[in-house]
Design a protein around this ligand. Structure first.
Ligand SMILES: *Cc1c(COP(=O)(O)O)cnc(C)c1O
Length: 452
């Protein structure tokens, strides 16, 4: 951003002052629009979601062969929705604000193949790329063929002549690396300083080339992009600009319609749905939100959650500078326990696109992540990685903050809260090694007595 602009803007916005002081905030989005109106401002539509769903269906026969654990779901990568009443009770005990209605956890931590929400966007993007070059170069005659053929030795030999690269804090690399190398691609993963050692080890064990950078996420992506662009045979999965990642996530939001229906959960004018989404660069919360908005319109309220050290979406949206501002420019940054959300600069593509769709956003401190992680395990025996717990305090942040209360009033939701459904999106955790789990739990226990 332009020199001098930052100072000007922190003076203008009281919220940015609080954010730059490292405080937790809850932000009501002043640009929020009714779904129908928001839809008129974007080039994406239901058609895009249908296109993604159709492609994933085409690949289902291949996925079942490549990853036998997906057979019971017939090659479709999807997760369960689970009620967490004990966690809800605990949250209500330690907070002034009582969650009315039910609290659910969307178990993307259990997604097959890579155990994080990235399995939606990243695997989709790799599959789309594989399909594109297979069609272009005559390996595949038409999209009517049985895609089980992607598991053949001929296809593997074909993809072995191609490269895929990605820059990541870790989890995106795991999804791209696992899917890419299974198809036969040469995959290079550029890791930022946040990336955990076990993620590097895991990828190397899959035959993926891991390059460690001594820099933050934005710089690792930049270096990865440069290196990949120098090779005409290399495709770069670009977390900062990828349309395909975004589209891959949308299906996860849209499919909730059927999932909630099946559980008999009503979503309508008198039964609001609140969804709390951990946010890093913004691709996954944006895609899920877009899909949800197409499914439920104004009856769903999507709220993103970030660490106080890296509130890149909050800062990008509140300033309307999107990706032209980094949290480092307002004195934040550094390591956060929520490594999956350690992104200093949001994606311009999704931030601009989603500015009218998000209802609100909030930030939480590292100790809150630790505390939620421990207590979810303690009350429900569910282990999530730190980034993935961010949504669990969403209801209380919404109901307990001035900005949140204002949102509730403005949308006439006060009398409907007892019939509300709250969903915290659990974005990862099942792949964390035992050793690391123990450390996280211990850290969480040591702060678990403080009030959240
Ligand atoms: C990547 C990630 C997120 C956030 O997704 P973005 O697309 O970066 O916003 C949340 N939780 C986990 C565990 C992740 O790996």
């Amino acid at each position: 951003m332009v020199e001098g602009q930052v100072g000007e803007f922190t003076e203008q916005s009281p919220l940015i002052k609080e954010i730059s002081a490292g405080k937790e905030v809850f932000w009501e989005n002043p640009a929020y629009l009714k779904a129908e109106e928001a839809n008129r401002h974007t080039k994406y539509s239901m058609k895009d979601i249908e296109d993604v769903e159709a492609r994933l269906q085409r690949f289902a026969s291949y996925i079942q062969i490549a990853f036998p654990e997906t057979q019971k779901m017939e090659g479709i990568i999807e997760s369960e929705l689970m009620e967490i009443p004990s966690m809800r009770n605990w949250l209500n005990e330690v907070n002034e604000e009582t969650i009315q209605g039910k609290l659910w956890l969307k178990r993307d931590d259990l997604l097959p193949i890579s155990g994080t929400i990235k399995a939606r966007g990243a695997i989709y993007e790799v599959l789309k790329h594989a399909e594109t070059i297979a069609l272009e170069q005559g390996m595949l005659n038409s999209i009517e063929e049985d895609y089980a053929i992607f598991a053949s030795d001929e296809f593997k030999a074909f993809f072995a002549q191609h490269h895929i690269a990605v820059g990541t804090t870790g989890n995106l690399g795991i999804s791209v690396g696992t899917m890419g190398s299974k198809l036969g691609f040469n995959v290079t993963v550029h890791m930022s300083v946040e990336a955990k050692q076990w993620k590097k080890d895991y990828l190397r064990s899959k035959g993926v080339k891991v390059i460690e950078h001594d820099t933050n996420f934005s710089k690792a992506v930049e270096q990865g992009r440069e290196e990949s662009n120098a090779n005409p045979n290399s495709y770069f999965v670009d977390d900062e600009h990828s349309e395909e990642l975004f589209l891959g996530y949308t299906v996860g939001g849209y499919r909730m319609k059927k999932q909630l229906d099946k559980k008999g959960i009503k979503v309508d004018e008198n039964h609001p749905l609140f969804v709390y989404l951990p946010c890093g660069i913004g691709g996954s919360p944006s895609g899920i939100t877009f899909g949800m908005k197409q499914a439920f319109g104004d009856h769903v309220h999507c709220i993103f959650a970030e660490p106080t050290k890296m509130p890149s979406m909050l800062v990008g949206l509140d300033s309307r500078l999107y990706d032209e501002i980094s949290v480092e420019e307002i004195g934040l940054g550094g390591l956060t326990v929520a490594d999956g959300l350690a992104v200093p600069r949001t994606s311009g593509l999704v931030a601009k696109l989603m500015h009218n769709y998000f209802s609100a956003g909030y930030s939480i401190k590292d100790d809150i992540f630790r505390q939620l992680l421990f207590n979810l395990y303690d009350k429900e025996t569910i282990f999530l990685e730190p980034a993935a717990v961010a949504g669990l305090v969403g209801p209380q942040r919404l109901l307990g903050s001035e900005a949140g209360k204002h949102y509730i009033q403005r949308h006439h939701l006060t009398n409907k809260l007892s019939q509300a459904t709250h969903i915290a999106w659990a974005t990862g955790g099942s792949m964390v090694p035992e050793e690391n789990k123990k450390t996280f739990l211990k850290e969480g226990q040591s702060v678990s007595e403080q009030l959240i």
